[in-house]
Design a protein around this ligand. Structure first.
Ligand SMILES: Cc1cc2nc3c(=O)[nH]c(=O)nc-3n(C[C@H](O)[C@H](O)[C@H](O)COP(=O)(O)OP(=O)(O)OC[C@H]3O[C@@H](n4cnc5c(N)ncnc54)[C@H](O)[C@@H]3O)c2cc1C
Length: 479
C-alpha cells in the first residue's frame, strides 16, 4: 500500500477502502521491512555506525515534546506552571506558552520558576529541583546565585534530559539524539549564548531537496500546505476544537486527486508530504489527536541554526556549587506548610523547603510520581489535556557518501518509506553522516522494533538518494 493510502485513510476511515483499491502498491526494489525481520536493502550500503533514539519508550521522558491536543488550551500550560501553596513550583517546556516543545521555552520556564521561588522564599532555604534538563539546571543556577541551598535530583546517570549529546570516539563530531535545532526568531538569545560558549552552530534551511520514491527530484507545490491551511481556517470557525484529521476531512480539504502527475506524484501525495514532513515533525502528534485550533505555525524556512558543537556544552557552569543527586528517581512529593519531602526510588527520603518540578509532561501523565496532597484540579486537568508527541532520530555514518546531492535537507514524497526527512551532514561537517527523522504514529510504531528492523526501514527510505550506477546514466556521476 502506498503511504498516502494509509494516511488519507486515517483522515477519513470511509475513504480508506476505496483509496486502497485504486492505488496499486508501487514496486520496491528491496524486501519490505514488514515482511522480513532482517531484510537487507541492496541499494544502500550498510553504515559503519548507527545510533537511534526511542523517546516514547524512555521512562524519564515518555515522548519528545508536548503538543496542543484537541480541547487543550494554551492557558493550560500556564495553569501547569502555577505554584502550589508556595511550596511546589513547576517548570519545563510544557509550561511554556511562548515556545512550548523547545529548548528556549524550557530554559525560560526554568528562569521563571526561580523568580517565583525567590519571591516566596527566604534566602538560604533548601530548594530541591527535580530534573536536570535545561529547565531544572537554569532554575538551579539562578537560585544558587540568589543565595539558596540547591539540590538537583535527577533520575538518569547523566544531566541534560532531552538534550542528549553523544560524544563518542566512534563519531567524528558530537551527535544529538534529542534537540539539535535552535530557532533564531522570537524572544530568545539561545543562538547567541551557544556562540558565546564556543559551541558551533550552522545556518540550517528548511528548504529541502524533495525526491519521489523513484529518485526523481521534484519541486514542492503549495498543494499540501494550502489544504492544511484551508482545514485549519475551517476549524477556526467551528464552535468547538476538532483534530487536524477531522478538520481536513470535514472541511473537504483532504479530498484531493489521487491521480499521479507525470512525476508519479498526486495532489493527495502532496498533502501526505505536508503532514509527514511538516506537521508530524513539528509536533510529533498523531493527526487525530492534534488540536486544529492551536496547531503551531510551521517555522519559517530560514530561521534555524543546527547545533554542531555539542548542545550539552550549554550546561557548562550551571551546576557549579549545586548539589547533584544523580540516578535518583523521585517517586513521591509530600508538601505542606512546613516544607516538602521527596521519596526516592531506592526508598530514601530527602527534605527541602520548596521544590521545583521539571519532569516532562509525559512523566507527569504516567503518575509514577505521587503528589501528597494531590495536585489542584487545574494542574491535573492540564496534565490530562495536553499531549505528548514523539520525534525520533537515527544517525548513520557511512564509509563514504553513496548519494549524489549536496543538499543539506532531504525529503521524499509518495511511496511507503518510514523516514521521509533526512539531514545530510556532508555540507555541514564534511563527514558522510545522515540523520533520519520519524515522528508521530510512525515513530511510535518503529519504537517497538529492534535495531535491525529500524535500520532496515531507514536504509529502505534512503533508496531515492542512491546515486545511479555510472553505467546506467552518464550523469551525475556517483561521488
Ligand atoms: C528527538 C527530539 C528532538 C528535539 N528537537 C528539538 C530542537 O531541534 N529544538 C528545540 O528547541 N527543542 C527540541 N526538542 C525539545 C527539547 O529537547 C525539549 O523541549 C527540552 O530539552 C526540554 O527540557 P526540559 O528541561 O523541560 O525537560 P527535560 O530535558 O526532559 O528534563 C527533565 C528531566 O527530568 C528527569 N526526570 C524525569 N522523571 C524523573 C523522576 N521521576 N525523578 C527525577 N528526575 C526525573 C529527566 O531524566 C530529565 O533529565 C527535541 C526533543 C526531542 C526528544
Amino acid at each position: 500500500m502506498k503511504r498516502r493510502t494509509f494516511l488519507i485513510g486515517s483522515v477519513s476511515g470511509l475513504s480508506l477502502v476505496a483509496l486502497t483499491a485504486c492505488v496499486p502498491p508501487s514496486p520496491r526494489p528491496t524486501a519490505s521491512v514488514s515482511t522480513s525481520p532482517t531484510p537487507t536493502p541492496s541499494l544502500v550500503p550498510r553504515p559503519e555506525n548507527l545510533r537511534r533514539s526511542s523517546w516514547s519508550a524512555d521512562p524519564f521522558a515518555r515522548g519528545s515534546h508536548s503538543f496542543p491536543a484537541v480541547g487543550a488550551t494554551p492557558e493550560q500550560r500556564e495553569a501547569l506552571g502555577q505554584p502550589v501553596d508556595g511550596r511546589l513550583f513547576f517548570a519545563g517546556e510544557a509550561t511554556s506558552i511562548d515556545a512550548p516543545g523547545t529548548v528556549q521555552g524550557a530554559r525560560a520556564s526554568g528562569a521563571r520558576s526561580a523568580r517565583e521561588v525567590i519571591v516566596a522564599a527566604v534566602t538560604g532555604e533548601r530548594i530541591a529541583v527535580i530534573g536536570a534538563g535545561i529547565a531544572g539546571l537554569t532554575a538551579a543556577r539562578a537560585l544558587k546565585d540568589a543565595g539558596f541551598d540547591v539540590v538537583v535530583v535527577e533520575a538518569r546517570d547523566r544531566i541534560g534530559g532531552r538534550i542528549d549529546t553523544v560524544t563518542d570516539k566512534k563519531w567524528p563530531f558530537p551527535i544529538e539524539l534529542g534537540a539539535s535545532v535552535v530557532r533564531t526568531s522570537g524572544d530568545t538569545t539561545l543562538d547567541e549564548d551557544l556562540t558565546g560558549l564556543g559551541i558551533a552552530t550552522a545556518p540550517f534551511s528548511r528548504r529541502s531537496e524533495t525526491r519521489t520514491s523513484d529518485g526523481l527530484v521534484v519541486p514542492v507545490p503549495d498543494t499540501g500546505a494550502k489544504a492544511v491551511d484551508a482545514a485549519l481556517a475551517w476549524a477556526a470557525d467551528q464552535p468547538a476544537d476538532v483534530s487536524v484529521a477531522k478538520a481536513l476531512d470535514d472541511s473537504g480539504a483532504s479530498k484531493l486527486s489521487t491521480t499521479d502527475a507525470d512525476t508519479g506524484v498526486s495532489d493527495a501525495d502532496w498533502l501526505d508530504f505536508e503532514i509527514v514532513t511538516v506537521l508530524d515533525v513539528n509536533t510529533g502528534a498523531p493527526l487525530d489527536g492534534q488540536s486544529a485550533w492551536y496547531t503551531p505555525a510551521a517555522p519559517g524556512p530560514d530561521e534555524d541554526r543546527l547545533v554542531l558543537g555539542g548542545f550539552a556544552g550549554l550546561f557548562e557552569g550551571l551546576l557549579e556549587g549545586v548539589d547533584l543527586l544523580g540516578s535518583s528517581v523521585v517517586t513521591k512529593i509530600a508538601y505542606g506548610e512546613s516544607g516538602a519531602s521527596l521519596r526516592l526510588g531506592n526508598g530514601e527520603s530527602l527534605g527541602a523547603d520548596r521544590v521545583i518540578v521539571t519532569v516532562p509532561l509525559g512523566v507527569l501523565k504516567t503518575k509514577v510520581m505521587e503528589f501528597d496532597p494531590p495536585l489542584p484540579f487545574a494542574h491535573r486537568g492540564a496534565i490530562a489535556a495536553l499531549g505528548m508527541g514523539t520525534v525520533d532520530k537515527i544517525w548513520l555514518q557511512f564509509a563514504e557518501p553513496f548519494w549524489d546531492t549536496d543538499a543539506p535537507l532531504w525529503t521524499t514524497v509518495g511511496g511507503d518509506s518510514d523516514f521521509r526527512t533526512w539531514i545530510n551532514m556532508v555540507p555541514l561537517t564534511g563527514e558522510p553522516v545522515l540523520v533520519g527523522l520519524v515522528a508521530a504514529e510512525t515513530a511510535l510504531r518503529l519504537a517497538k522494533v529492534d535495531d535491525d528492523e529500524f535500520l532496515a526501514a531507514a536504509l529502505a527510505s534512503l533508496e531515492p538518494f542512491v546515486a545511479p550506477p555510472a553505467t546506467a546514466t552518464p550523469t551525475p556521476a556517483p561521488k
